[in-house]
Ligand binder design. Structure first.
Ligand SMILES: [Zn+2]
Length: 251
């Protein structure tokens, strides 16, 4: 393992990036209690970095990030792991273009998912999900792996959402944008608010994503938000020595 350009070792950098993402997601209202995870592929090996189960996203500190292999064995850290690691490992194994996965139970993403339909195109930022979102019947990788294809977003009714990306900035910024667009969409449910014309969607997506770098800019904003985010229980980091076991259900 080499050193990163910011002076941190590679492990420390991966941990730091996950902590930043978790706090930024919390700062954007995606922190809804226990559950939800951010993972990063460990480059060049069948392993990933992921936050522990027993802290909310807003509470995550460097001690709450672990490294697992794709069989779920702990390589670094010794904490309780959500059984949700299984779909992270599955997606990394299937999608070699994906290096980051974000999963939350954000209220608005859950509300949208529980309508059991994809996001409607009711805002120009919704085009970031145009022909790039799928519904999974449940949270097992067996189901997710069948439907994800090359999409970046998975909605799971009665559960939450997943965004994936080639980079942490893209997956995390996409998740926050999904939350915002889900709020808009659910709020308009039952109205006759029209969707964007079909022919406008792809050009808008290209403008927002490829030309404007919206997701990368949003990630920069999220980093600033994470720096200023203080969780009310962030000082309560006692020793966490429980042996990791599989949770009873996938969170
Ligand atoms: Zn979950």
């Amino acid at each position: 393992m080499g050193n990163s350009t910011n002076g941190l070792g590679l492990s420390e950098e991966m941990i730091s990036r996950i902590v930043t993402a978790c706090r930024a997601l919390a700062a954007n209202g995606c922190d809804t209690g226990i559950g939800g995870h951010v993972s990063l592929r460990s480059e060049g090996e069948e392993a990933l970095w992921i936050n522990a189960f027993d802290r909310t996203l807003g509470e995550v500190s460097p001690n709450d990030v672990m490294k697992l292999d794709f069989d779920g064995n702990l390589l670094e850290g010794n904490r309780f792991v959500s059984y949700g690691w299984e779909f992270h490992a599955g997606i990394y194994g299937q999608r070699h273009d994906v290096n980051c996965i974000v999963h939350t139970h954000s209220f608005w993403v859950c509300a949208l998912a529980s309508l059991a339909r994809p996001l409607k195109m009711r805002h120009n930022l919704c085009t970031l999900f145009y022909k790039d979102q799928v519904m999974s019947p449940d949270d097992h990788f067996e189901s997710i792996g069948r439907v994800i294809g090359d999409s970046s977003t998975v909605l799971i009714p009665w559960h939450g959402g997943i965004t994936v990306g080639r980079s942490l900035p893209r997956a995390a910024a996409l998740h926050v944008t999904l939350d915002q667009m889900a709020r808009l969409d659910v709020t308009l449910e039952g109205s006759d608010a029209p969707e964007l014309p079909e022919e406008a969607r792809l050009p808008l997506r290209r403008l927002i994503d490829e030309k404007s770098g919206y997701l990368e800019q949003t990630w920069d904003l999220m980093v600033r938000q994470a720096a200023g985010y203080v969780h009310p229980h962030s000082e309560g980091t006692a020793e966490h020595t429980r042996k990791p076991t599989a949770a009873a259900s996938v969170f």
